[in-house]
Structure formats: structure tokens, C-alpha cells
Ligand binder design. Structure first.
Ligand code: PGA
Length: 265
């Protein structure tokens, strides 16, 4: 697949809609679990993975997909938030996936948003990923501003798990989950670029019209830049990107003009 900034190593899949995208993503995750029952699975939050989690729950119920040996690491958590807060990612993960499947509580890892010794805690998080043999498959969404996890556009990018300040655009984008924008935490703990890039396989999902600009930029720029943290993924040797038609719209227009070549579907 020459012509893509990811060269020959990126696989790009465009599905009609969010439902099909979610099914495709869930199938990839399920196959990885079937192949390696003790899969170390990196997970994401936000709106994008919700459909994938629904499909995985269906597979657990109808196809006996077994999560009993799966180990998970979540990308991030808001800072200064208790684990049972309804806006915490801990709550989100339990509500939207964990409580519906047979994963063991001790195999679930989500950064804690209310620890005091934050630097030590972040180091421990990375150490634990390493101790588990590294992440086999990392699921990712992308922010409108190109962030992955909470690695926000900046002059420099942190490599390891760290405490970070959220940008105005992320706070605005996430305000939809809160009663008011004032309630959105302005800091978060996130896995760093290296923690993410060390994953053996990466699955990046983007859905909806509001992602079409950033996807176009990501797939046509031919440059990795700290202004688009997701562009680091283009250097990964095993990256699959799944888009729906809405997210792919601008990119496909460019392609029609002959600027880019084929898509594997
Ligand atoms: P979203 O967020 O899935 O809610 O669009 C993605 C992200 O911010 O990484």
C-alpha cells in the first residue's frame, strides 16, 4: 500500500458506518483472544470504543468468547477523581464492558486518578505492563486534535505514563459527558507514546464527521509531528486503522483526486 504515510505496514479499512466498524474491531480483538487466551489488551474510553465493547459482550454471551485469562491496561484516567465517580474511566470500563464479561478483577489495570505519589505510581504502571510481557493489542481512538490517550499536541511528547494537562479543545470535547464544562478535570494520567508504541499491534478507530479533518491530516501529511501525536502510530510496524465513511470522507475525496492510492477493505 504505497502512498500511505505508513508505507507498506499500515492496513486501512473503511466500513459503511459505526456499527460495521465496531463489529470489525470486535472481531479483530476476539480473534486475538482466541489465538492467545491470556492476551494483554490495551483499552480506550470515549464514544468510539462503545460499539466495539457492545459487540464483545455479545460474543461473550453468544459465542463463549472467554476473557478469564485476558489482562487489560487502560490508556488513561482523569486526575483527582475517585474510582467510583461516574465520570471516571474506571466507572466507564466497568459499566460498558467489565461487568458484562468474565474478566477477573485482578487482571484489570486502569490508572488510578487519586494517588499521591504520582511519579512513582506512573513508573509502576509502565513496569507492570512490561512485567505482563507488554501489550499485545492496543485499541485506540483519536481526539479531534490528534491526541491518543491523553497525549496532547505539544512541542514535546512524553514517552512514559505521566500526569498531563488537558488542552482546551479536549476539555471542550469531553464536556459532553459532564453536567458543565467546569466539572471536566483539567489533568489526567495517561500512558505515554512509548508505552503505546511498544504494543505489538495497534488498532486505531475513528468514526463520525467530526473526525474527518484529523483523519485527512493524519493520512495525507507524510510527516510525524508532535502537533499530531497520533502520527507516531504511522511508524508502528503493525497498525490497523478502521474508519467509517463519515470519518474517511475528506480522505477519500483527496484520494479520488488521485493523490493517494488503494484502500484494502
Ligand atoms: P471519542 O474520543 O471516542 O469520544 O471521540 C476519542 C479520544 O479522545 O481519544
Amino acid at each position: 500500500m504505497s502512498g500511505f504515510p505508513g508505507g507498506d505496514i499500515m492496513r486501512l479499512i473503511i466500513e459503511d458506518d459505526f456499527k460495521k466498524l465496531s463489529k470489525r474491531a470486535a472481531k479483530i480483538i476476539a480473534n486475538a483472544i482466541i489465538k492467545k487466551p491470556d492476551l494483554v489488551l490495551g483499552l480506550a474510553t470515549g464514544s468510539t470504543p462503545l460499539g466495539t465493547y457492545k459487540e464483545l459482550i455479545k460474543m461473550y454471551n453468544k459465542e463463549n468468547l472467554d476473557f478469564s485469562q485476558v489482562v487489560t491496561f487502560n490508556l488513561d484516567e482523569y486526575y483527582n477523581i475517585s474510582q467510583d465517580d461516574k465520570n471516571s474511566y474506571n466507572y466507564y470500563m466497568h459499566e460498558n464492558l467489565f461487568k458484562h464479561i468474565n474478566i477477573k478483577e485482578e487482571n484489570i489495570n486502569i490508572p488510578k486518578g487519586n494517588v499521591k505519589e504520582i511519579k512513582d505510581y506512573c513508573k509502576e504502571y509502565d513496569k507492570k505492563i512490561k512485567k505482563c510481557g507488554g501489550i499485545d493489542l492496543q485499541l485506540l481512538g483519536i481526539g479531534n486534535n490528534g491526541h491518543i490517550g491523553f497525549n496532547e499536541p505539544d512541542k514535546e511528547l512524553n514517552l512514559r505514563t505521566h500526569l498531563t494537562k488537558l488542552t482546551k479543545s479536549t476539555i471542550e470535547a469531553n464536556a459532553r459527558f459532564f453536567n458543565s464544562i467546569k466539572e471536566v478535570p483539567d489533568r489526567a494520567i495517561t500512558m505515554g507514546l512509548s508505552s503505546i508504541m511498544n504494543s505489538k499491534k495497534i488498532l486505531l478507530l475513528a468514526s463520525g464527521k467530526n473526525k474527518t479533518n484529523i483523519i485527512e491530516e493524519l493520512l495525507t501529511k507524510d510527516k510525524a509531528t508532535t502537533e499530531i501525536p497520533a502520527s507516531a502510530l504511522l511508524m508502528h510496524s503493525n497498525l490497523t486503522v478502521i474508519l467509517d465513511e463519515d470519518a474517511a470522507c475528506n480522505y477519500k475525496k483527496r484520494m479520488k483526486k488521485g493523490e493517494k492510492d488503494e484502500i484494502i477493505n
